[in-house]
Design a protein around this ligand. Structure first.
Ligand SMILES: NC(=O)c1ccc[n+]([C@@H]2O[C@H](COP(=O)([O-])OP(=O)(O)OC[C@H]3O[C@@H](n4cnc5c(N)ncnc54)[C@H](O)[C@@H]3O)[C@@H](O)[C@H]2O)c1
Length: 246
């Protein structure tokens, strides 16, 4: 129960990595605040945690709305008295890959808003409190697209690259306040219900289960990772190693 007495906010907690992380932190004793635009599913996840004896609040919020984000942070603080952990996980990109030159004007702003601004808003909303307490763990979920790029997903790659730079700059700013800021960069996350069938995209020959990403997020959120800050962990089954041959 390494998170007993801690409070964690997890964005995008209704599905995938965010849901696995919320269940994991709650299972290890954290009070969790689950944020997602999908009201039905986020309440279901909170219900599952409560049924198992945990403490969870659910917020059906669009993280691209700064005032709503501020209101969530204020409510969490008023309820639990502290915010120890922030996992900026909510994010998305186009399902279909499109060459940048063919991407129509006005079609990509939502990716920038969700992947960059949502993380900036939530981080900004908790920082004053974390700095005052001289304690905080911030984990930003980027993508391997940040470090190697993905062709025909240039806007997504740019948005995820911004999160890695943000992580490094913030880690330097917040080091004196004993706040750890790190990044996890996944690839090929299996759907929760998807069997881990063979997948040639990784050297491990399969996709990663959401729990396998929650493992490192939980580590970075814990005091075991107290001397790690400004790092970007590629959790990709060897996807970015190469060459892979034919
Ligand atoms: N799936 C992959 O293969 C993969 C690869 C690299 C990086 N990532 C990144 O990992 C993170 C989690 O990925 P996942 O596959 O678990 O995602 P997912 O699609 O399963 O879950 C994302 C959650 O974010 C929520 N969300 C979307 N827009 C929102 C908004 N405006 N406000 C609040 N919530 C919102 C969705 O409702 C959903 O529950 C994302 O940042 C994603 O970009 C995923």
């Amino acid at each position: 129960m390494k998170f007993t007495g801690k409070t964690a906010i997890i964005t995008g907690a209704a599905n995938g990595i965010g849901k696995a992380t919320a269940l994991r932190l709650a299972n290890e004793g954290a009070n969790v605040a689950l944020v997602d635009i999908d009201q039905v599913k986020v309440e279901q996840v909170a219900g599952t945690i409560r049924a198992a004896g945990g403490t969870a609040l659910a917020f059906a919020v669009d993280i691209t709305k700064n005032n709503d984000v501020k209101a969530v942070a204020a409510k969490v603080l008023a309820t639990f008295g502290q915010i120890d952990i922030l996992v900026n996980n909510a994010g998305a990109g186009w399902q279909k890959q499109i060459p940048f030159k063919d991407t129509p004007d006005g079609s990509w702003e939502w990716i920038i808003d969700l992947n960059i601004k949502g993380t900036l808003y939530f981080t900004h909303a908790v920082l004053e409190h974390m700095v005052e307490r001289k304690y905080g763990k911030i984990i930003n979920i980027s993508s391997i697209a940040a470090s190697v790029g993905i062709p025909n997903l240039a806007v997504y790659s740019a948005s995820k690259g911004a999160l890695v730079s943000f992580t490094k700059a913030l880690a330097m700013e917040l080091g004196p306040a004993q706040i750890n800021v790190n990044c996890v960069s996944p690839a090929l996350v299996a759907r929760e219900t998807e069997p881990l069938e063979p997948c040639s995209g990784t050297f491990l020959g399969r996709k990663g289960h959401p729990d396998e990403f929650a493992n490192i997020i939980a580590f970075l959120a814990s005091d075991e990772a107290s001397f790690i800050t400004g790092a970007d962990y590629l959790v990709d089954g060897g996807r970015t190693l190469g060459p892979r041959g034919v």
